[in-house]
Design a protein around this ligand. Sequence first.
Ligand code: ATP
Ligand code: MG
Length: 236
Amino acid sequence: MRKTIIELKKADLTLGSAAATVHVLKGIDLSIGQGESVGIVGPSGSGKSTLLMVLAGLERLDSGEITVNSEPLHLLSEDALANFRGRNIGIVFQSFHLIANMTALENVAVPLELANTRNPFDIARRELQAVGLGDRLNHYPGQLSGGEQQRVAIARALAPSPALLIADEPTGNLDTETGRQIADLLFSKQAERGTTLVLVTHDTALAARCSRQIHVRSGALVPDHEVRSAPEALAV
Ligand SMILES: Nc1ncnc2c1ncn2[C@@H]1O[C@H](COP(=O)(O)OP(=O)(O)OP(=O)(O)O)[C@@H](O)[C@H]1O
Ligand SMILES: [Mg+2]
């Protein structure tokens, strides 16, 4: 049996303040095995991005438990959590989130340098070569296409060799063909390194490429029997 890498128990979270509070995650139980690829789907506003932020240790639960790679994140201090994220989690966003005044090489190397990794620029160069950008090392994000920027973001996410790669609509800002190439890259890196991949997408074809799909509705997971009995009712 494969090792469990993510375990959520009764995960509950309300966001906002005063009149604008939203009960975003409503007692979610979830278990994900090492090396799985999981596609999280569901309507807009159902809580998918928030769930990813909880898995990434970027959002804290109000109640419940979250264990990632054997660390109980709900029990860690802010410092310990930041340290854990740097070593264990890679994140890719829809809008790339690169630093505009840093080159592709610097975007990948500087976080490694800040984490006191040895030879950060050598690692960054190797990671960028591995995503096919060996000839774009000194380009700034504004000089790169959307697909190339997302490749830099993937290289940056993978550079610390995280156990868990999280992607929030990684192809959402790309045309169909470029999106397919980025998905190919994510799945090939996941397979090659045995990384666990959890992604959110509105693209049914991308979700179908994952080893498992999780449907979220109004902050709760849709039970498997409902997914099987009426899959067409689950808009993404
Ligand atoms: N900081 C916040 N304060 C108040 N409400 C919030 C906050 N962040 C998110 N929400 C609300 O929580 C709900 C879930 O948001 P979330 O971003 O997780 O949805 P999503 O499923 O990712 O949607 P989309 O598919 O549109 O990206 C939404 O109704 C949103 O308005
Ligand atoms: Mg979202």
